[in-house]
Design a protein around this ligand. Structure first.
Ligand code: FAD
Length: 377
């Protein structure tokens, strides 16, 4: 069977690795001319680490990143909303969140693939669906496949080719991300922090000994851009009442990426007879639960194992959706609600109150459910 994966991001590369593990061959077509070195950090949570361990790259990811032993929600002066007795973000096997540079994560995934699995500089343009196969047109040639997987992200062209009327939903919030070399105090060397102030949030964690990844979120009209060359000034003003460490992180960052926060309005289905969508292309979520990339990694595991157990691809597409829908819907909906609460005056007060009074056992149970992946080795 000839399988083409469009998009060599976290989802596309992990899916190729999962196919390799299941003895299925595939090729990844990525528009970028080579593996990128720019980007920001990302938190990979225990559900993703379970899959990465199954793919035998978990330890490489751990050693290229940093294991956080305490993600914490705080006030703007970095006082915790609540002290918990146990680390809620640890799973039953002891996996912690790993904070890692995105480019290093992609390199670990890429290095584990057989040579020539990824074709760089291949921009997907159009699809032609035939009765039993499908032709993809790229910037420089056309190729016919038995199956195409669209792992080309939130603005997926593959999705637009198979479903004409899909929509993104703007959250009313924009984000900035950066990596600073500022030496953070020892007490934060294994922590992930998200600090809340009126209508704004600032998160950070180390991703290596000398690098701290940070993100900032604020309400903003869709499509607005920063005044030319003045992003730092703008952020220093927005976060002027926050802990000085936050201001240090902003002012020592050279490259800051701004991204409006959207999710994808729920699709009725993720596939037609020869094409299936995975990761953000199928179910992009707002980043409030730090789960978008992790869900793409889970897709890789469930898709490859389901396809290898099914007689025909259409059965696999259907079964894959059955396995994934409930969790993906949970993540997309809760992440949306959490983001809306965090940026409204009363919503924020209510969210903090709920975090303070919810029993620790209930919180732990919710996290364990999120981290569940049905891997049988
Ligand atoms: C502020 C912010 C913070 C986040 N933090 C986290 C976090 O901590 N943890 C987490 O799990 N998730 C996080 N996410 C979400 C995460 O970034 C995404 O869910 C994840 O990157 C999706 O991976 P993907 O491979 O599906 O899509 P993408 O990462 O978008 O990758 C798609 C790939 O397809 C390629 N491509 C696109 N179009 C074409 C084309 N036409 N032809 C060929 N190639 C193409 C792109 O170049 C890219 O390489 C965050 C998101 C944001 C905005």
């Amino acid at each position: 069977m000839k399988i083409g994966i469009i998009g060599g991001g976290i989802t596309g590369l992990t899916t190729a690795l999962a196919f390799q593990k299941c003895g299925i061959s595939c090729t990844v077509y990525e528009q970028a001319p080579k593996l990128t070195t720019v980007g920001a950090g990302i938190w990979m949570q225990p559900n993703a680490l379970k899959v990465l361990d199954w793919l035998e790259v978990g330890n490489a990811v751990r050693s290229e990143g940093l294991q956080l032993n305490f993600p914490d929600l705080t006030y703007k002066d970095l006082r915790s909303f609540r002290q918990t007795k146990s680390d809620l973000s640890k799973d039953e096997s002891g996996n912690n969140i790993v904070a890692i540079h995105r480019a290093r994560l992609q390199k670990v995934l890429f290095d584990a693939l057989p040579k020539n699995t990824v074709k760089w500089g291949k921009e997907f343009k159009k699809l032609q669906v035939h009765e039993n196969n499908v032709t993809a047109q790229f910037n420089d040639d056309s190729q016919t496949f038995d199956l195409i997987l669209g792992a080309d992200g939130i603005h997926s062209k593959v999705r637009k080719e198979i479903f004409s009327d899909t929509k993104l939903r703007y959250s009313g919030q924009t984000s900035w991300r950066g990596i600073s070399n500022f030496q953070i105090p020892e007490e934060y060397s294994r922590k992930g922090i998200e600090a809340w102030g009126p209508g704004v949030r600032f998160g950070f964690s180390p991703i290596s000994k000398n690098e701290t990844y940070w993100f900032a979120v604020s309400k903003a009209p869709e499509g607005q851009s920063d005044p030319e060359g003045n992003t730092q000034k703008l952020l220093l003003n927005i976060f002027k009442e926050f802990d000085p460490l936050i201001l240090d992180l902003i002012s020592t960052t050279d490259k800051i990426i701004r991204t409006d926060i959207h999710d994808l309005v729920r699709l009725d289905t993720w596939h037609n007879n020869t094409v299936c969508l995975l990761g953000d292309a199928a179910h992009a979520t707002t980043p409030n639960m730090g789960q978008g990339g992790c869900q793409g990694v889970e897709d890789a595991f469930y898709f490859a194992t389901t396809l290898s157990a099914c007689e025909n691809p259409e059965d696999a597409f259907r079964k894959f959706e059955e396995k994934r829908r409930k969790k993906v819907d949970y993540v997309v909906n809760n992440s949306w609600r959490f983001g809306q609460m965090a940026h409204s005056k009363w919503g924020q007060k209510l969210a903090i109150l709920m975090m303070k009074i919810t029993p620790e056992t209930t919180m732990k149970k919710q996290m364990q459910k999120l981290y569940q992946v049905d891997i049988v080795n």
